[in-house]
Design a protein around this ligand. Structure first.
Ligand code: PHE
Length: 342
């Protein structure tokens, strides 16, 4: 019998050396110590074949063998687990002194950046901001702005009509009427909004953004307009930028002007950007037409106003030298990532 115990012992000792993982230890251990199929467990079943006087010694021998094996396996198990743990630490090691990987952060869309910059400049001058409406009726978009149904100036803007009465706003100027109906002077407001015109080429998109400005108070003149716009262009295009006013026509302003900025690319000498003229057209503006004030119940003998409308895409394209408006709407990250002033 002792031979059998010894041979099992030897079998364990021989097998143990080749075990490299805790999984292998577990499987090998099962061959001996599994209560049903293990070789040591099997020994117990042979008890009935043993002479009664030898049974006690046999049982003791099996138990000793079992304890020895359990001890052996648990020592081995501990050693192997420790080794495995060390290996894992090595593999998963993190070098905390390595420079961190740069994280990609998004940035605001150029149009939103420009919109925020313009708002910043004018709120510094005391303007309040109101969001514009995207759907207007004929009265606010045209008639109240001194552009009645048969007025030729309606052709200046290719309107998307939703019905004979409703349309997609073609200009943020409708905000002038909404504001003057609701507030009495002094008024100093800024209205960013989306506007829509059936127009589509390298510099025009059927949807674009405008920023309307309106000031109504006593003794407002073109000088106030020029002063405010001078501050605006210096902040956006650089301190050496200046403005000039050119006569123009809008039904809702009289006089009306087109505002040019001195070319910030060449400083006025003439280049590709300003088409050799030294000046770049940037926005439309003027003194609020008396008829518009009257339409809103404001006495034009007591009050006067100035208004301007900035094209946000145009202001953005000029600032960053973008020559096709589509680049602003194609969501190409290679373009958008280059424009981050925040
Ligand atoms: N609404 C005009 C346009 O879209 C711009 C403008 C605004 C002109 C305010 C004068 C005063 O062309």
């Amino acid at each position: 019998m002792n031979d059998k115990f010894e041979s099992i012992k030897q079998e364990i000792l021989d097998g143990i050396d080749g075990l490299a993982s805790s999984r292998a230890v577990y499987d090998f251990k099962k061959q001996f110590l599994d209560s049903k199929t293990g070789k040591i467990g099997q020994l117990m079943k042979e008890m009935k074949n043993i002479a009664p006087e030898e049974r006690a010694g046999f049982g003791k021998g099996v138990n000793e063998l079992k304890e020895w094996a359990q001890q052996k396996f648990s020592e081995l198990d501990e050693k192997i687990r420790e080794k495995e743990l060390k290996l894992r630490y090595e593999l998963e090691r993190i070098d905390v002194t390595m420079p961190a990987e740069g994280r990609e952060t998004g940035n605001l869309h150029p149009i939103t950046q420009m919109r925020n910059e313009i708002i910043d400049v004018f709120s510094g001058m005391g303007f309040e901001v109101f969001e514009n409406r995207e759907i207007e009726n004929d009265y606010y978009n045209f008639t109240a702005l001194n552009t009645p149904k048969d007025h030729p100036a309606r052709d200046m803007q290719d309107t998307f009509y939703l019905s004979p009465e409703f349309l997609l706003a073609t200009q943020t100027s409708a905000a002038q009427i909404h504001t003057m109906e609701e507030k009495k002077p002094p008024i100093k407001i800024l209205c960013p909004g989306k506007v829509f015109r059936s127009d589509d080429d390298a510099t025009h998109s059927p949807m674009f953004h405008q920023m309307e400005g309106l000031v109504v108070d006593k003794k407002i003149t073109l000088c106030d307009l020029k002063g405010m716009l001078d501050v605006f262009v210096k902040k956006i295009y650089g301190e050496s930028t200046t403005t000039r006013l050119r006569p123009s026509y809008f039904p809702f302003t009289e006089p009306s002007v087109e505002v040019d900025v001195s070319c910030f690319e060449c400083g006025g000498k003439g280049c590709k950007l300003c088409k050799g003229t030294g000046w770049i057209e940037i926005l439309g503006a003027g003194i609020v037409n008396r008829k518009v004030l009257e339409n809103c119940g404001i006495d034009p003998d007591e009050y006067s106003g100035l208004a301007f409308g900035i094209g946000i895409e145009r202001a953005t394209m000029l600032k960053y030298g973008i020559n096709n408006i589509k680049l602003l709407f194609e969501s190409d990250l290679r373009v958008l990532e280059q424009i981050d002033d925040n």
